[in-house]
Design a protein around this ligand. Structure first.
Ligand code: FAD
Length: 281
């Protein structure tokens, strides 16, 4: 992508007005780390959204609210008793990339290897979009197809709201990659709600090894009402093929990827159960 101009608006309203005026010749620019993944030779005007006060993490009632321009390194460093976002952020690329790459940039245009959409689907996050006023959308709707569809008219992602984990909630994520900085081969995230020793609710999502991140409803249904044991997790993970068509990747057959995904689902569920037990004990 070729940038021909930088526009530095002073407010979200100004940024949206500039984008609306530019139409297809303009684009929001956050960390800029995805530019070389984006095709196209036509010159584009970049509307810089990093000076609009969108870099913050704060707890507001039942949610952690993360500003859309918050760098992944800030999320990685944040800690709190009912917070689990740091785990996946430290698995994304290198320090240099995480210092500039933002949560909004990772999820406004989803690339096949993106890890955060998987985690946000499992966590049932809410997305705050600025369209002249703030409006909210649940993760299931937001990630139902490429989110870039929502921003073509100049609207902007303003924030991400992550539910504060409850005492009986457990969260686990797994990113299988060839080395620490590599793109994911498969990413899995799981949120379990335990009640009286049984799984009362489950959200399990996958990404990277499938064309677009999604939840795994057959896996989720097979968990509900059961005890959080290794056998239950293995039986549920074996159903993932009904929800996701695992794609072959460089050096890996589709069968290999399917097996990797199943093992990663079991791993994520075990982590989530351990997390929940550790917090309810
Ligand atoms: C070498 C390398 C390895 C990587 N590995 C991984 C990985 O393993 N896993 C992973 O998840 N990510 C990985 N990434 C990061 C990912 O691919 C993107 O580059 C990054 O998340 C984009 O964030 P950004 O802030 O730089 O966004 P930008 O590059 O600034 O923008 C990305 C897109 O989002 C739009 N956009 C940005 N912010 C907003 C907003 N608030 N509202 C509306 N639209 C917006 C832009 O217009 C653009 O279309 C890697 C990146 C690199 C360079």
């Amino acid at each position: 992508m070729k940038l021909c101009e930088f526009i530095r608006p002073a407010s979200l309203a100004q940024a949206r007005a500039a984008l609306r005026k530019l139409g297809p010749k303009g684009m929001p620019l956050a960390g800029g780390t995805a530019l070389h993944f984006m095709p196209g030779k036509a010159p584009v005007s970049a509307v810089d959204i990093t000076g609009l006060g969108l870099s913050y993490i704060r707890q507001k009632g039942a949610f952690f609210e993360i500003g859309a321009a918050t760098p992944l390194s800030d999320i990685q460093r944040h800690r709190g008793p009912r917070w689990a976002m740091h785990e996946i952020c430290r698995r994304i690329s290198t320090h240099q990339i995480r210092n500039v790459s933002t949560i909004g940039g990772n999820i406004a245009r989803v690339f096949p290897w993106a890890d955060l959409p998987v985690v946000l689907l499992a966590m049932n996050a809410r997305l705050v979009i600025y369209s002249g006023k703030m409006k909210e959308m649940g993760a299931d709707e937001y990630f139902s197809s490429q989110p870039a569809r929502l921003f073509r008219g100049g609207d902007l992602l303003a924030a991400v709201k992550i539910p504060v984990l409850k005492a009986h909630h457990g969260f686990g994520s797994v990113k299988a990659a060839r080395n620490a900085a590599a793109f994911s081969m498969v990413t899995i995230a799981a949120l379990l709600e335990l009640k009286d020793g049984k799984i009362a609710d489950a959200r399990v999502a996958a990404g990277s090894a499938i064309p677009f991140p999604k939840r795994l409803p057959s896996v989720e249904a097979a968990l509900i009402g059961k005890e959080p044991s290794a056998e239950v997790f293995r039986a549920a993970a074996a159903l993932a093929g009904a929800d996701a068509k695992w794609c072959k990747q460089e050096g890996m057959s589709a069968e290999y990827v399917a097996n990797l995904a199943e093992v990663s689902i079991v791993d994520a569920l075990e982590r989530a159960a351990e997390f929940a037990r550790g917090r309810t004990a």
